[in-house]
Design a binder for this molecule. Structure first.
Ligand SMILES: [Zn+2]
Length: 480
């Protein structure tokens, strides 16, 4: 019981704040490094000018006050799209052009991309064209204070009247992550086009673990395991382990995860957990990361090929309280008694809302009294719906695939609503049922070809893990 009290606070409620901190802090601070390494495509003759206008620590503060930034790590984790993105080659401007220079500007509080570009000296029309192109791959809301935007000016081939004193904007780029650079590039005759570049980072596998003294979070942190990895670890086991009750002193854990570094060996980011185990009261539970090729989802499975995910989440929001149950009630705004076909969770405006399970977004738009509304189809039988959102999370639109626990939007009071809350519905065969009492479907159990593929993959991971030395104290850790 003594340990339970210590574990509790880290089990679930801190999940979101911790992730926000990582997205805004550690990753943000590392952006500058990558800029230097990734700008080799710019001719060395170019003039470089730096404008640093931001006080240290500002990115962290901004991220903490804007919860929507916490889905950044999620998105790169979830979408598994690295393999699908081809590495684009930059259009190298003609070297004989007279006026060429690069300029790097930092985003200040309240800045729009337009303000940043015009402050750097870019023409408004050209800036508008570049931003329009960039918006195809970049969500302007994810612009961070302190983020560097690099502009490249030159004499574009297709601008005949170009005045030598005012060179044209050729390229605008920004790093969205340590390994993902987005750019709008002028192509002769066709204006600006969007480019996404995935930088190749060196991958090193890390195997770490230790004995749990008081809580998994604290013990893992003491072992030097990065916060993001600990949060992932807790999330993976949260369906099997009650972190408030089950952890006993002497229990142990092990985790095998990816770590990415630049060519100088500097750690840029920590990747996915490929394998993890927890030994609780002498009983060992191991999970393996595995992508099912038939539906493209990546999940964690136990040795028998059963997903660690047990059900749809009953409460797809952290730190909220149930304010209205399912069933007949007097309607708060209309006055008459009617059936309430969902459950309401009161929470502060802006609180992240998570997808209750893996699935496909089939509706994400305004929907009458529901306000901003998202509906996710999980399988042939179950759907979940989320209403009154203040806004949708980045990338949440009809047809988007989401992972359980992924942030899909934020609590608000849009539509017919008396105050900020999440109205949550579970639909079984297109009829609303009570989310709090229904027996919800379990995660996937692999069979047939998928099970065979999983068994061969998990055996491969076991051999890999055995060949890597267990570290009980990681040497180099990023500041969290
Ligand atoms: Zn409701």
């Amino acid at each position: 019981m003594k340990s339970g009290a210590l574990v509790g606070p880290f089990g679930k409620s801190l999940l979101i704040p911790v992730m926000t901190l990582i997205a805004g802090g550690a990753v943000g601070a590392l952006l500058a490094t990558t800029f230097l390494t990734s700008s080799s495509d710019i001719p060395s003759s170019s003039l470089s000018m730096e404008e640093s206008q931001e006080a240290p620590g500002a990115p962290l503060e901004a991220a903490a006050s804007k919860p929507e930034e916490s889905d950044e790590i999620e998105a790169s984790e979830v979408l598994e799209k690295e393999a699908e993105v081809t590495v684009a080659a930059y259009a190298t401007p003609k070297t004989e052009s007279l006026q060429e220079m690069t300029k790097t500007v930092s985003v200040s509080k309240g800045d729009t991309l337009m303000e940043v570009l015009t402050r750097a000296g870019a023409d408004r029309t050209e800036s508008h064209e570049a931003i329009t192109a960039l918006n195809e791959i970049f969500d302007p809301r994810s612009l961070r204070i302190g983020q560097d935007i690099t502009l490249y000016f030159g004499n574009a081939d297709d601008i005949q009247q170009s005045d030598a004193a005012t060179p044209s904007l050729i390229r605008v780029s920004l790093n969205e992550d340590v390994d993902r650079q987005l750019a709008a590039v002028r192509t002769p005759g066709s204006g600006f086009t969007a480019q996404e570049t995935i930088l190749e980072l060196d991958k090193k596998m890390v195997r770490a673990g230790g004995v749990i003294d008081s809580s998994l979070f604290l013990s893992a942190a003491q072992a030097g395991i990065p916060t993001k990895t600990i949060v992932d670890l807790i999330r993976i086991f949260s369906y099997d382990v009650d972190f408030q009750r089950e952890i006993q002193p002497g229990d142990s854990f092990e985790v095998y995860f990816e770590r990415f570094a630049d060519e100088n060996g500097n750690i840029l980011k920590d990747g996915s957990i490929l394998w993890a185990s927890m030994t609780l009261s002498g009983k060992k539970l191991s999970v393996y990361r595995f992508k099912t090729e038939d539906d493209g989802f990546t999940d964690y499975y136990d040795e028998k090929g059963q997903s660690v995910k047990k059900t749809l989440m009953r409460t797809p929001i952290d730190g909220a309280r149930l304010t209205s149950g399912f069933g007949k009630r007097k309607h708060p705004t209309l006055g008459y008694t009617k059936m309430h076909r969902g459950v309401d969770f009161g929470a502060r405006s802006g609180t992240p809302i998570m997808a209750a399970g893996n699935g496909t977004v089939e509706f994400a738009a305004r929907n009458g009294g529901y306000g901003n509304y998202v509906r996710i189809r999980h399988n042939s039988e179950f759907k979940t719906a989320y209403a009154h959102m203040s806004k949708f999370a980045k990338g949440i639109r009809k047809g988007a695939r989401v992972r359980q626990g992924q942030i899909i939007g934020y609590v608000g009071s849009t539509g017919r609503s008396t105050g900020p809350h999440l109205h949550y519905e579970v639909h079984k065969s297109d009829r609303q049922i009570n989310p709090l009492s229904v027996k919800l479907p379990a995660g996937r159990k692999l069979g047939g070809k998928m099970l065979a593929a999983f068994q061969s993959r998990s055996e491969q991971i076991r051999q890999e893990v055995a060949s890597v030395e267990l570290e009980t104290q990681l040497a180099s850790v990023k500041a969290d």
